[in-house]
Design a protein around this ligand. Structure first.
Ligand code: FES
Length: 117
């Protein structure tokens, strides 16, 4: 992942984000970052799908992938990789400080191949 320059933005408390499960952060430059609480962890991806620009906020998480409600491309929650189309949805770094979830808005990262697990 890229380090970004550390433009950290608060998303919400760990408890609140965990309860809401999906939170969209809208940036001044019109980007939207989707934060997902899943199985005790948090993940951040661009909310606007790289395929046909649908919002992914209501996508279903299956087997560690966020399935876009547009055309069912399935993006790896950790790295954004779409294994059928060989394309990548940008992801962002997250951290927890004093029970507050923060996203680094400068850390948009894509990978160019499938993750090795
Ligand atoms: S808009 Fe997301 S898969 Fe088509």
């Amino acid at each position: 992942m890229s380090a970004g320059d550390g433009t950290w933005m608060p998303v919400g408390t760990v408890a609140d984000v965990g309860k809401q499960r999906r939170v969209v952060v809208e940036l001044a430059d019109e980007r939207q970052i989707l934060i997902i609480a899943h199985e005790g962890g948090f993940h951040a991806l661009d909310n606007i799908c790289i395929h046909k620009q649908r919002s992914m906020q209501k996508g279903v998480v299956l087997n560690g992938r966020l399935v876009c409600p547009g055309h069912q491309w399935a993006f790896d929650l950790q790295c954004g990789w779409e294994a059928v189309k060989n394309q990548c949805q940008p992801t962002y770094n997250l951290r927890v400080v004093d029970a507050m979830v923060e996203v680094d808005t400068s850390s948009a990262t894509t990978v160019t191949e499938a993750p090795v697990r």
